[in-house]
Ligand binder design. Sequence first.
Ligand code: ACO
Length: 326
Amino acid sequence: QQKAILSGIGSQVPETVITNKDLERLVDTNDEWIRTRTGIHERRQAASGQAASDLATEAAEKALATAGIEASDLGAIIVATSTPDMIFPSTACVLQKNLKAFNAFAYDLSAACAGFLFALSNGAQYVESGVCRHVLVVGVDLMTRIVDFQDRNTCVLFGDGAGAVVLSGSEDSQGLLGTQLGSDGRYGDILQVPAGGSRIPLTAETFPLRQHYIQMNGSEVFKMAVRAMEQAALNLLENTDTPLSAIDWLVPHQANRRIIETLGKRLQIPSEKVFMNLQHYGNMSAASIPVALDEAWRKGLIEPGQLVLMLAFGGGLTWGASLLRW
Ligand code: ACO
């Protein structure tokens, strides 16, 4: 059976930087609170008129270049996002058009901040089963489009970005070793965007209620995120017969420094093996893991042959753990 290896990677964040000081002018918050509670110093914001597919296209072009393949070689394009360009066509179809990847089928996948690991697992199955030779997997979110800049509980946490990987078939390399995914719809209301869908369509009446923005119970999310990611990691390591000591890098979803530190301690992974870039970007939802992977690789931190554990958690609730031999 073919293995799905990560043959290409790229990322793109918008130019505009929003610092904590900038947010002090919008809501009753301060740089010190944001840094100590979250670890975030700044985040990026897409320019007006810029959409998810624009950042996704730039990230994907870099990923194709590092993989050394043409867009026409792609058999599938999967885009994980909660902030698509529009309801339909899917952002994946817009991306397909931009890349001229006309031999691929393309669709979006919705699993909030855990979306990238869901899409990665999905893409790997097309490769392992021989349905596709190359699959483009993208995580992209423009979270600043759906955060309420009047709500200090949420607006300080999020940012915009895109990350992309190419999965390719290989008979001798190891690549993606396993994935553990989970969901629990009973807790959907602790992190949600209630309006804008079919239950509460966005109208002149619903607009003033601000329900088309993210609503979050931060402390509940915090607790459940740590618990779910820890359990997913332990299950995955057991299923793949991997001792914790074999992990070279933990690349977790970049939501909050304290969540990541708690997770690292519970899993007994030393902090020098934990990659963090949330100080510069905040929580980019589905983009956070592929952007972090790309940065860690381009900085020369992740090296060929190393074992990388990725952990994610998001609204739904959704969560996942993936193990990758780089
Ligand atoms: N600036 C100043 N004060 C604030 C701010 C702010 N930006 N935001 C909230 N506060 C206040 C609240 O109003 C509250 O005040 P009160 O006690 O007078 O009511 C107080 O700070 C809350 O304090 P704590 O409960 O101690 O805050 P906590 O330490 O839980 O930190 C935080 C809050 C950062 C939201 C934390 O709970 C968290 O990170 N949770 C996870 C949320 C998350 O990451 N969501 C992302 C989506 S899911 C995911 O990606 C994992």
